[in-house]
Design a protein around this ligand. Structure first.
Ligand SMILES: [Zn+2]
Length: 223
């Protein structure tokens, strides 16, 4: 078995299974040999036509290789109007709900709002926080709200995060390269070390989670 990369911006030949992130304004994505997710990133609202982006996502979401809606979410550190961010995030939650697709979420300094929105939208689709970087208290709250977590390089090279990583339920864990240069194999090595389990064991855990969330009865044919 190979490492699964749940969120990446780069096509890398070493990876057998990855979810390539496509920004909504770059849709349609015509490569049917690659899994992908598509979403309107909160940073891009104001630079693109958000309504057009929603339409493109709506069109893409029916494709078999489009596995999740996102990355989408909310970010306190950008100048984009926060109410507008929430508005378009909610729109994308609706699309994901209507098509039973998981959400891949970008959230920066807005976890209380994120939890509130999840509660209000009463969704039973999986919410995966990508590039999770929160503290222990945030992690515990998110666990109690049934979030899934994906972590990458910067989290895994910070020894202070070791305890937090070990708090995350193994059946809610994913790993990612995002827009970094590290290999997904390297990411798994760092995580396996922090979790004190074997690389193979970690691969098996994430495979199970992937099958469970994305509805694969058995692992899809590698591409
Ligand atoms: Zn990303």
């Amino acid at each position: 078995m190979n490492e699964i990369d749940i969120h990446t911006h780069q096509v890398k030949s070493e990876v057998s299974i990855r979810i390539l992130n496509i920004f909504a304004q770059d849709l349609p994505f015509l490569n049917d040999k690659s899994y992908y997710s598509a979403g309107l990133h909160p940073w891009h609202i104001g630079q693109v036509d958000p309504e057009e982006c929603l339409e493109s996502i709506e069109q893409a979401v029916g494709q078999k290789n489009m596995l999740a809606v996102g990355e989408c979410g909310i970010d306190r550190l950008v100048s984009v109007d926060f109410a507008m961010q929430k508005f378009y995030f909610r729109k994308q939650i609706e699309i994901a709900k209507n098509h039973s697709k998981p959400l891949i979420i970008h959230c920066v300094r807005a976890f209380p709002e994120l939890m509130k929105i999840k509660k209000e939208t009463k969704s039973d689709i999986p919410w995966i926080i990508h590039g999770f970087h929160g503290n222990q208290q945030t992690a515990l709250q998110l666990i109690s709200h049934n979030f899934y977590f994906s972590v990458g390089q910067s989290f895994l090279t910070n020894q202070d995060k070791k305890e937090i990583l070990n708090l995350l339920p193994p059946d809610r864990l994913f790993l990612e390269t995002d827009d970094g240069n590290s290999s997904i194999r390297g990411i798994y090595s760092l995580a396996a070390q922090m979790l004190n389990i074997s690389h193979e064991n970690l691969i098996a855990i994430v495979h199970e989670n992937f099958k469970h969330l994305f509805g694969f009865e058995k692992m899809p044919i590698l591409i």
